[in-house]
Design a protein around this ligand. Structure first.
Ligand SMILES: [Cu+2]
Length: 428
């Protein structure tokens, strides 16, 4: 097991904000012109504000001269820290520090550390818009932490845009018909999304090993710059990307490039947005201390949850205590009629969008099963294998709803870890 003690230079992931600075306002904002006058805001400023709001301050693509959204993704490797202190070697996609800008080809470990964000699993979401062209450039930056003679060095990668129904030329299946992206080379995928919805992307080279080693991320296609999905209005949205990780398999890839007995591949971590829950409520790497994964909301709000899953064979079964979920879309398509579930099964490759309507008394309600405090209730994998990581329970796919009262002013959008001090749900 590798820990921080014996491995220096692994920085914590930093959530950065960025947005396009130049934008020609589309017709949908014609109605906003009056508002802009009243508030003395320019169309550019309104556009920036709406973009930040609808994408929750995620890093956005750059706006190219022709209006296309441009993203430069870099593949490389690194370590992620688990709640038990283990550092798991992974490889995946990343991007320039604080942006999706082009920083040229990155070929050395020093340049990767200097220019790129550390690799995350899953990597940061890509936000696209219906009818707006996107140019996604994949740069293969090689591996920098694998053993010198490991077969994983110098491998090629692609991006498969799972669910976007694209032509083969930009579908990311190697050599059908486009060759995969070799080390220190790049390839540009151009596409214009036709449908709004929740999608994902992953590598399609040696898929079992590359995907499960960490090569995946959420892809969200918005209809416009408002908080609506499939025609439904929502107040807040959270993307919960659940996945399986085998530190043993990853270590074998790092050391030799070959996973022994692939048929026996077994996850030892079950993740929500790359993290496990742990009974140490203060652990900064726990799911519940991650602003992307802790479902913070107000009473009477409508919360959109975008579930996405990647794995070898585990089917997650999400069960929120205290709430039913209204399923509004499956695999990026609006359902003709919705239905309600309190246990939602999701298998690898699926996306399920649900609305949770938060009752007006929810901030006062205590969950008797977890007793974490008023307004807090858990949502966990009811296929209980997913609640056991490295043989320990409860360590796995569990997050919490953290409902605030409108009467008590709070700032739910602020990071939950301030000045290095983790947020304590018990102090509510
Ligand atoms: Cu790959």
């Amino acid at each position: 097991m590798k820990t921080l003690k014996n491995l220096l230079g692994v920085a914590a992931a930093v959530v950065c904000m960025g947005f396009a600075t130049s934008f020609a306002a589309p017709d949908v904002f014609a109605g906003e012109a009056k508002k802009a006058e009243d508030w003395n805001m320019t169309q550019d400023e309104l556009e920036e504000e709406a973009l930040i709001d609808v994408t929750n301050g995620d890093v956005l693509g750059e706006r190219a001269k022709d209006g296309a959204w441009e993203f430069h993704l870099y593949t490389t490797d690194g370590y992620i820290e688990m709640t038990n202190g283990e550092l798991v070697w992974v490889f995946g996609y990343t991007h320039a520090k604080g942006s999706f800008e082009n920083v040229g080809e990155v070929t050395t470990k020093e340049d990767a550390e200097r220019l790129l964000e550390p690799v995350k699993v899953p990597s940061d979401p890509l936000h696209l818009f219906v009818g707006e062209k996107a140019r996604i450039v994949l740069h293969n930056s090689g591996m920098h932490y694998a053993e010198e003679h490991s077969g994983i060095n110098h491998v090629a990668h692609t991006i498969h845009f799972h669910g976007l129904d694209l032509a083969p030329a930009v579908d990311g299946v190697p050599s059908l018909p486009v060759d995969p992206v070799l080390e220190h080379k790049s390839f540009t995928y151009e596409l214009t999304p036709q449908y709004e919805g929740s999608f994902m992307a992953h590598c399609h080279v040696d898929s079992f090993n590359h995907i499960l080693a960490g090569m995946y991320f959420p892809l969200i296609v918005h209809h416009d710059r408002t908080k609506t999905a499939y025609g439904y209005k929502y107040d807040r949205d959270y993307t919960l990307f659940v996945s399986e990780l085998s530190s043993t398999a990853n270590e074998q890839l790092q050391e030799s490039g070959v996973v022994h007995g692939l048929q026996d591949w077994k996850a030892d971590y079950f993740l929500i947005n790359g993290r496990t829950y742990t009974d140490n409520l203060f652990h900064p790497r726990s799911v519940i201390n991650d602003p992307r994964s802790r479902i913070v909301c107000y009473e009477d709000e409508v919360v959109l949850l975008r579930f996405m899953a990647i794995g070898a064979d585990h089917v997650f079964a999400f069960h929120p205590h205290g709430y039913h979920m209204e399923v509004i879309a499956l695999d990026g398509r609006k359902l003709k009629s919705t239905y309600e579930k309190d246990t939602l099964c999701i298998a690898s490759g699926e996306r399920i969008d649900v609305l949770v309507r938060i009752p007006h008394f929810a901030s006062q309600r205590k969950c008797l099963s977890c007793n974490l405090g008023a307004g807090i209730s858990i949502m966990h994998d009811h296929n209980l294998r997913g609640m056991v990581s490295t043989g320990k329970y409860p360590m796995g796919a569990l997050t919490i709803f953290d409902v605030k009262s409108k009467a008590k002013p709070v700032k739910p959008d602020e990071p939950l870890i301030k000045e290095g001090k983790p947020y304590n749900p018990l102090e509510h």
